[in-house]
Design a protein around this ligand. Structure first.
Ligand code: DC
Length: 213
């Protein structure tokens, strides 16, 4: 069976949690496409001793290995910033396209979360969700998550970071972060994550039922 759930939206809106829950409920494979950009970003920084060289980034994207995706420094702020910078490069996006498309159509179903899954990677996805929340609420969630390990962090700096990344992600020329026309919007500022998961599960069940008719 081929069945793709495309989940897009900004950072810290709850995409990851919702995607994992869906994968678990339906037994689908899950790909967090942000990890691909994070791995390219951090490896490119290392390669250039702190400088992001676009040519090196393309080459690194072309030769990314499963091991690169298992690095334990991909969730850092440094990796996030580097990711959003290499993600504006068309050649990097192009190099990562095929892998994501193949994953999306794997047997047994797939959930992919990112920014352009429903619009560019898999416009034919059976279910498209756009998960969002206000910048303030997303910054608060990120702050609560990161403050345990970083005592110097302030809510203001996290909010500035969230806004800067949103701007880069939504204003870039290639594959900007926008909801697909046929995406269902899930706003987690008003909805708990549990309620958002329940809504997503109901939408997928309905679509699976249609496929059986
Ligand atoms: O979801 P995340 O925070 O791990 O994403 C890291 C960066 O990668 C983010 O700035 C946007 C970019 N990204 C993208 O451009 N396209 C995707 N499909 C996934 C992530």
């Amino acid at each position: 069976m081929k069945f793709t759930v495309a989940i897009d939206g900004p950072a810290a809106a709850g995409k990851g949690t919702i995607s994992k829950a869906i994968a678990e409920v339906f037994g689908f494979g899950h790909l967090d496409s942000g990890l691909l950009y994070r791995a390219v970003g951090i490896k490119t920084l290392e390669h250039g001793n702190g400088i992001l060289d676009p040519v090196a980034a393309e080459d690194i994207a072309k030769h990314l290995t499963p091991e690169d995706l298992r690095r334990d420094d991909l969730r850092t702020g440094l990796a996030a910033r580097a990711a959003s910078k290499v993600a504006v490069l068309p050649n990097v996006r192009g190099a990562l396209l095929e892998f994501q498309r193949i994953f999306a159509r794997r047997d047994g179903g797939a959930v992919i979360d990112g920014r352009d899954i429903g619009t560019v990677i898999c416009p034919e996805a059976e279910v498209k969700l756009f998960v969002t929340a206000s910048a303030e609420i997303r910054a608060r969630r990120r702050f609560e998550e990161l403050k345990q390990t970083n005592a110097d962090l302030t809510l203001d700096s996290v909010l500035n970071d969230v806004r800067a990344r949103d701007k880069r992600d939504s204003e870039r020329e290639m594959s900007p972060m926008v909801p697909a026309e046929d995406a269902v919007l899930l706003d987690t500022s008003e909805l708990s994550i549990d309620a958002a998961v329940a809504k997503a599960v109901a939408i997928i069940n309905e679509r699976l039922e249609q496929g059986r008719d």
